[in-house]
Design a protein around this ligand. Structure first.
Ligand code: AMP
Ligand code: MN
Ligand code: MN
Ligand code: MN
Length: 276
């Protein structure tokens, strides 16, 4: 088990715990190096950093940026950057504006499928009015009793081909990596096994990402199986990229891995945090 967790979400995006509660939970689980990585949002970092200082834990500024690449949505984690840097602050603000417009289209799509009031309903679960995620719509569908849990909500709604899914243009890979690098940080491809890419597309993503100055691949994550840890550790090595690790914790009952319960990297990986 690692004492590192470089991927998790608070109430500033679609997590269920406040930044303070998350940091306290990470500390209680034995984490010594921790990053908060809310979707497209930096507003939770100050509170998390302050609590980490109280706990005596190393805190890494983080974010998870939504990207459109080859008709797929990718997530790029940024780590260890200057969160005051204008480019990333403004870039993320633009993504959040797009999210709000998307939320209206999601609600309209659900309405056509007979689910009324979804925008107001999802908002009830979103502490941050600037950050509406499909996870908030999923919680509303559970609340209505239409589905038994958020997994089923994503299976029957909110995913391609189902009501509540709408196409959306996020930012580009070049911009996301560029903002992170301009702010002095390290860019990481989050949970790569989750994307629907064939072998050729995987290779072109890794090559393009490395050429843009990307730093690492998230090898160990709650979204990967143990086999996938090995596969992606090999990809990282082949493309001279480092390896990252994080739970992607969103809250008890909504996550595959508990906060801080992150298995070791496969032998031979270079940890991205060795530079922090
Ligand atoms: P968004 O960025 O608003 O499109 O929402 C993506 C978020 O929805 C992810 O970060 C997860 O928190 C959640 N999510 C996506 N797919 C699933 C799924 N199959 N089951 C549960 N949560 C999911
Ligand atoms: Mn999420
Ligand atoms: Mn993600
Ligand atoms: Mn995440």
């Amino acid at each position: 088990m690692l004492d590192v967790d470089l991927h998790s979400h608070s109430t500033h995006s679609d997590g269920q715990l406040t930044p303070r509660a998350l940091v306290a939970r990470a500390h209680a689980q034995g984490v010594r190096c921790y990053a908060l990585t809310d979707h497209d949002e930096l507003s939770g970092l100050a509170e998390a950093r302050a609590e980490a200082a109280v706990c005596g834990m190393q805190f890494i500024a983080g974010v998870e940026i939504s990207v459109s690449w080859a008709h797929e949505t990718l997530h790029i984690v940024g780590l260890n950057f200057d969160e005051q840097h204008g480019e990333i602050v403004e870039g993320l603000r633009g993504i959040r504006t797009g999210r709000n417009a998307r939320a209206e289209r999601i609600a309209a799509s659900l309405e056509r499928a007979g689910v009324a009031g979804a925008l107001a309903g999802a908002r009830r679960y979103a502490q941050n009015p600037e950050l509406l995620s499909r996870a908030h719509f999923a919680r509303y569908l559970v609340d209505l009793g239409i589905v038994k849990d958020t997994q089923v909500a994503f299976r029957r709604f909110l995913t391609p081909g189902n009501p509540g899914y709408v196409d959306h243009q996020w930012t580009t890979l070049a911009q996301a990596v560029g903002w992170i690098r301009a702010a002095g940080g390290s860019a990481v491809i989050a949970h790569p096994a989750r994307y629907k890419l064939n072998n050729q597309q995987r290779e072109s993503l890794l090559g393009e990402f490395r050429d843009l100055g990307g730093a690492a691949v998230e090898v160990v994550t709650g979204s990967h199986t143990a086999d996938q840890y090995a596969t992606w550790a090999r990809y990282a090595q082949r493309f001279a990229l480092m390896a990252s690790a994080g739970s992607d914790f969103h809250g008890a009952g909504e996550s595959w891995l508990e906060l801080g319960k992150v298995p070791d990297l496969p032998y031979g990986s270079t940890p991205v945090w060795s530079e922090f």
